[in-house]
Design a binder for this molecule. Sequence first.
Ligand code: ADP
Ligand code: MG
Length: 271
Amino acid sequence: MRQIALYGKGGIGKSTTSANLSAAWADKGLDVLQIGCDPKHDSTRMLMHGRVIPTVLDLLREQKHDLIVSDVIYTGYSGVRCVEAGGPEPGIGCAGRGIIATFQLLEKLGALRGDLIVYDVLGDVVCGGFAMPMREGYAKEVYLVTSGELMSLYAANNIAKAISRLSANKRSQVRLAGVIGNGKNIECEEELVSEFADAIGSQMVAFIPRSKTVTQAELNKKTVIDYAPASSQAEVYRSCADTILLNTEFSIPTPLSIDDLESLAYRYLKE
Ligand code: ADP
Ligand code: MG
């Protein structure tokens, strides 16, 4: 069983990418479990054709009965099994708690199984619950999703710092497996993200262009793989899915100093 985590800044395209990768893997016949680890709880929405599934945290809050697998896992496109950790009510509690509660419950139910588990994790703050998917031997492969925007590179670099710190513990098996560029239509963006990936001791495994097909698919409440399987964008996701399946280049990252990160981004801005 492979356990893969996608981390990145809020709004960068983690869920879009995760859902399309899961859909591509499921179409190949793999048994995929996608776990949304973001209080926004919309990771699996396109896989569920717009249906908002109950979050683990909401179900635990209601505490109507002892939860069973069918309360928390919902089957979406091509058989992808979907879970949403959820988040606290605004103003109360810690956002990472939903993730911790989800891991505990899925472990108890023996539900962390399949060919592939995909964790779609908000990476703005890599503390507590948000670090959980890459601690304790869950996801051994972390992919950073970033555009060429400084704030998104900044978040990716911070996650690289967390991986580097966690891997200092000899028992930890977490590794950086690559960077996925998700375009924002910035000039020379692919080169910038690729250079960033090399600079932190990793590699860019895919560059996903900004595309109207993504927006159209989203308006139709579907992944691109589902909505426009013959499109070039669907091919980009399928190719990224294949690259990840074949990837064996896992590293302990070498995060950049803020000065180095800024000068890298500014160098591209000036060109
Ligand atoms: P995150 O999960 O990181 O918060 P989302 O996957 O929800 O981000 O994406 C945020 C918005 O960006 C969504 O409206 C999504 O459709 C859009 N988006 C993501 N990737 C692309 C892309 N490659 N091309 C066009 N729109 C995209
Ligand atoms: Mg998301």
